[in-house]
Design a protein around this ligand. Structure first.
Ligand code: HEM
Length: 255
């Protein structure tokens, strides 16, 4: 990036602060309209509660502020890449997100797409995307190299469902009956379910509350959410899934 481009991006921070949530809400709407296949990737329940638009707005702002010192973003990069890897995010999806984000900046801020400002943001986005893609590739490689490990999604079967005071405790094992990595308390997996009558899948993360050291099974608590949409994974698991059913699961990662 040129010094002028860095200045242009930094000068957008106050405007983004003001319009950050509008921008990212608009961005999601635009992207999911143009690429409905991503409805299987993003948690639509989070979209309705507004949690995800706030997270992405915050990440964009943080990056703009630290554009000259990306190493200060290390903690955020660690957090985001774990989440992305847990959701099997792939390099080619960065182009889709980038294109929609830049068009949204241009449309919401009423700046022409062919402008120096959008070009500066393009360079900034590519820089951040490069960092994230590189770290994510390392993490996929590390996960696949573990004993019993895998990268991306793997089919698991529900072994048992036990009623507990706070919810239902699900025990699952790999459908291929091979070993799985041991995991620490506090690590999480993503679990992907089919949404009834919607023709899409939805992922959500579940945290282990104790060590998972059998190398055969994982167990996690699913709590019912008092207020949820039809896309809420916990509610779908609680009402539609039975022992013997299969789920797509990603390998445990640090929370
Ligand atoms: C430079 C680009 C990107 C940035 C800065 C970014 C940033 C973030 C942040 C901050 C979160 C929230 C993490 C959390 O606290 O849970 C997140 C989650 C997520 N990101 Fe990204 N991301 C980028 C690119 C992508 C791409 C290319 C995809 C793939 C389509 C993607 C898919 C997701 C998904 C599915 C989630 C979980 C959100 C949910 O469903 O609740 N991201 N990202």
């Amino acid at each position: 990036m040129t010094p002028q481009q860095i200045e242009l991006v930094k000068s957008t921070v106050p405007v983004l602060r003001e319009h950050g949530v509008t921008l990212t809400s608009y961005f999601y709407h635009r992207m999911l309209n143009n690429h409905p296949e991503l409805k299987n990737v993003f948690n639509l329940d989070h979209q309705t509660t507004g949690r995800q638009p706030r997270a992405l707005a915050a990440a964009v702002l943080a990056y703009a502020e630290f554009i000259e010192t990306p190493e200060k973003l290390a903690k955020a990069v660690e957090h985001i890449t774990n989440k992305h890897v847990s959701l099997n995010i792939q390099p080619e999806q960065y182009a889709i997100v980038g294109e929609n984000l830049l068009h949204s900046i241009s449309e919401v801020l009423n700046v022409p797409f062919e402008s120096d400002l959008i070009e500066a943001w393009k360079q900034a986005y590519l820089k951040l995307a490069d960092i994230l893609i590189g770290v994510e590739q390392q993490k996929y490689d590390q996960l696949a190299a573990q004993n019993g490990g895998w990268a991306g999604w793997r089919n698991f079967k529900i072994v048992s469902i036990e009623q507990q005071p706070e919810g239902k405790f699900f025990i699952i094992s790999a459908a291929d009956q091979q070993l799985i990595p041991v995991a620490k308390s506090g690590e999480y997996i993503s679990v992907k379910v089919h949404v009834p009558a919607k023709g899409i899948d939805q992922p959500q993360q579940f945290i282990f509350s104790s060590v998972q050291d059998t190398a055969q099974q994982y167990g996690f608590l699913v709590k019912s959410q008092p207020e949820h949409s039809e896309y809420d994974v916990a509610n779908i698991l609680l009402t539609h899934y039975r022992v013997g059913d299969e789920l797509a699961v990603s390998a445990p990662l640090k929370g």
